[in-house]
Design a protein around this ligand. Structure first.
Ligand SMILES: [Zn+2]
Length: 196
C-alpha cells in the first residue's frame, strides 16, 4: 500500500466514523410525515407541546449517537488488527474523537444543542401565553432563529437561539446535509454578546 492510498483509506475511515453516530440526528426526523405539525424549514415555529416534544426527540437522537459510535469503534479495531490498518485507524480516530467530545459535555463542557432545560423553558412560555398571563391578550410566541418572540405584540420572550429542529432543510440536499454536519445541530448564528 503506497503512502497516498494509505492516507486515502484513513480519510475514508474518518469520514464514515464521523457520520455514522450522527445518523440518528441527521436522518430520523427529516421525512415529510414527521413534520406536518411544523411550518417548513427556515420559518419560525409556534410554541406548542409538539415543539417541546420535538426538542426532547432531538435530544434523544443526539445521545443515541453514543450507542451507534461503538459500531465504527469496533469495526476500526477489527480493521487495524486484521484488515486495512489505515482505514481502521481513520475509523478509530474519528469515533474516539466523537466519544471524547460527547463525554466532555457531561463534565461541564459545551452543553448539547438540545437539553431538557430548553424543552422546559419552551413549555413554560407556551403555558404562559395560553393562560393570557403573558405579554398580551392574544399572545402567540414563535421560535425565531435568534430567540422567542410574540408575533402579536413583538415582545421578546427569550434570547434562546434556535437549534436545528429536525425539519427538512430548505437548502438543496448536499448543502443542507453539509451544514448540519458542520453545525452539529447547534444554532447557526453567533450571538451578539459573544461577538464583542
Ligand atoms: Zn404578546
Amino acid at each position: 500500500m503506497s503512502f497516498l492510498t494509505g492516507v486515502g483509506y484513513f480519510f475514508i475511515g474518518g469520514c464514515i466514523a464521523h457520520m455514522l453516530p450522527r445518523f440518528p440526528f441527521l436522518l430520523m426526523s427529516r421525512t415529510k410525515g414527521f413534520n406536518t405539525r411544523f411550518p417548513s424549514h427556515p420559518e419560525a415555529i409556534p410554541l406548542s407541546p409538539y415543539l417541546t416534544q420535538r426538542v426532547l426527540h432531538m435530544r434523544m437522537f443526539y445521545w443515541m449517537g453514543l450507542i451507534v459510535v461503538f459500531l465504527p469503534l469496533i469495526l476500526g479495531l477489527v480493521s487495524v488488527r486484521w484488515g486495512n490498518a489505515a482505514f481502521g485507524f481513520g475509523l478509530w480516530i474519528a469515533s474516539g474523537w466523537y466519544l471524547l467530545n460527547r463525554l466532555q459535555s457531561l463534565i461541564g463542557g459545551q452543553t448539547p444543542p438540545w437539553t431538557k432545560e430548553m424543552a422546559l423553558e419552551l413549555q413554560i412560555l407556551a403555558n404562559l401565553a395560553e393562560e393570557s398571563g403573558g405579554c398580551c391578550n392574544w399572545a402567540s410566541p414563535y421560535w425565531q432563529v435568534a430567540g422567542i418572540v410574540c408575533v402579536n405584540c413583538n415582545t421578546k420572550l427569550s434570547n434562546m437561539p434556535r437549534p436545528d429542529l429536525g425539519r427538512k432543510r430548505s437548502e438543496r440536499r448536499p448543502l443542507g446535509f453539509f451544514r448540519l454536519l458542520v453545525s452539529d445541530g447547534y444554532p447557526m448564528l453567533t450571538m451578539p454578546e459573544e461577538e464583542e
